[in-house]
Structures are given as structure tokens and as C-alpha cells.
Design a protein around this ligand. Structure first.
Ligand SMILES: Cc1cc2nc3c(=O)[nH]c(=O)nc-3n(C[C@H](O)[C@H](O)[C@H](O)COP(=O)(O)O)c2cc1C
Length: 175
């Protein structure tokens, strides 16, 4: 297991994956991480839908014109759903759970990428990416799909962060 700071230095979005499946043990660890994510007032407004069927993943990769190609290449995608009917912090809560999934994946040596679904549309703006996905996958209740996290064994190499090039100009000391 990597030291946490090392993990952050090495994590980058991975959009190309080998054909190797993710082991059930690793899938369990990733889902456990998501279920331990903090949420406002512990409302846990999220739900997670796992998809490993290659045909379904190929179909879902067309939920947007650009940016959703990793869905066709991954071994597993996790749709991160959340409900505005449960809490006004549904986006924040689902975002944190999504990040937990990505960080746990990195700790396991797996690659991941966030594919944005909320507010995105299919090619030609015909229908929302959410409605497109709902035509092919059963989504529980009135849940909104924030994103899909694609996961798999890495088939590309990314350079780690260079700590000397971090955007320190973003950091301010209050006067
Ligand atoms: C809210 C959010 C939405 C994103 N949407 C997409 C997406 O739709 N498709 C994609 O390939 N990457 C997407 N990404 C990944 C970003 O492009 C990526 O995190 C960013 O370029 C920084 O690169 P890194 O993750 O390799 O450090 C998204 C990331 C975030 C946090």
C-alpha cells in the first residue's frame, strides 16, 4: 500500500485499460471506500451502480459526444448516483464518494477516470446523458447520475506530479 502523499503524487486520470478484470477483492475494497465517504449530516444520499458488461459499457460510452470514451475501454464502471430529494448537498456528497473511489483504486494500483454525466448531453444535444443512460440501465428511484468512474488495470503511463510546479499562486494568506 502506498503512503498517502505518494499516492496523491502518482494519481492521474487513466483513460486506457488492459482487458484484465478487476478482482472481486479489489472491487469490494473500492465499494467499501465509497460507503465510508463522509456526507452532510451523514445523509448518505448516494447509490452506486456497477457495470462490467462489455456491451453495456460500449453503449454507455455514447452518452456524450466527447469525454465518455473511457467507458468503452474500462473493466468496470461505477455510476455514482445521488438524490437532491434527500439533501441539498447531494452533489458534494456524491463528489466526495467519487473521489474516495478514485483514491482507493489508485492505492490498489488501478487506473480510474471521472466521466461527467450531470449537465451533459448526447451528440447533437439530443437528450441528457442521464436520460440516455436510463434508457439502457435501471436507475433506482429519482436518483441523479453525477458521474461514472471508470476503472481498470492501467494501459498508459502518466508522469507523477512535480511538487516544484504546484499552483501555489492559488493559495492566499488572509490579511
Ligand atoms: C468534475 C470532473 C469532471 C470530469 N469529467 C471528465 C470527463 O467527462 N471525461 C474525462 O475524460 N475526464 C474527466 N475528468 C477528469 C479531468 O479531466 C482530470 O481530472 C483533470 O484533467 C486533471 O487531470 P488528472 O486527473 O490526470 O490529474 C473530470 C474530472 C472532474 C473532477
Amino acid at each position: 500500500m502506498k503512503d498517502f502523499h505518494e499516492l496523491l503524487i502518482s494519481r492521474h486520470s487513466i483513460r486506457k485499460y488492459t482487458a484484465e478484470a478487476i478482482s472481486p477483492e479489489d472491487v469490494k475494497l473500492i465499494i467499501e471506500a465509497a460507503l465510508m465517504a463522509p456526507s452532510s449530516k451523514r445523509s448518505m444520499p448516494w447509490e452506486f451502480v456497477l457495470i462490467d458488461d462489455k456491451d453495456k459499457l460500449e453503449i454507455l460510452s455514447h452518452c456524450r459526444e466527447f469525454g465518455s470514451a473511457p467507458l468503452a475501454r474500462c473493466s468496470l464502471a461505477i455510476l455514482v448516483l445521488s438524490s437532491p430529494a434527500i439533501t441539498d448537498t447531494w452533489i458534494e456528497d456524491a463528489s466526495i464518494a467519487s473521489s474516495y473511489i478514485q483514491l482507493q483504486a489508485e492505492a490498489l494500483g488501478l487506473g480510474s477516470c471521472w466521466v461527467q454525466i450531470r449537465g451533459r448531453y448526447t451528440k447533437g444535444d439530443e437528450i441528457s446523458a442521464q436520460d440516455y443512460i436510463c434508457q439502457h440501465i435501471d436507475i433506482p428511484g429519482d436518483q441523479q447520475i453525477l458521474c461514472a468512474i471508470t476503472l481498470g488495470h492501467k494501459d498508459e503511463t502518466r508522469k507523477p506530479f512535480d511538487l516544484d510546479k504546484l499552483s501555489w499562486e492559488k493559495v492566499h494568506i488572509a490579511k
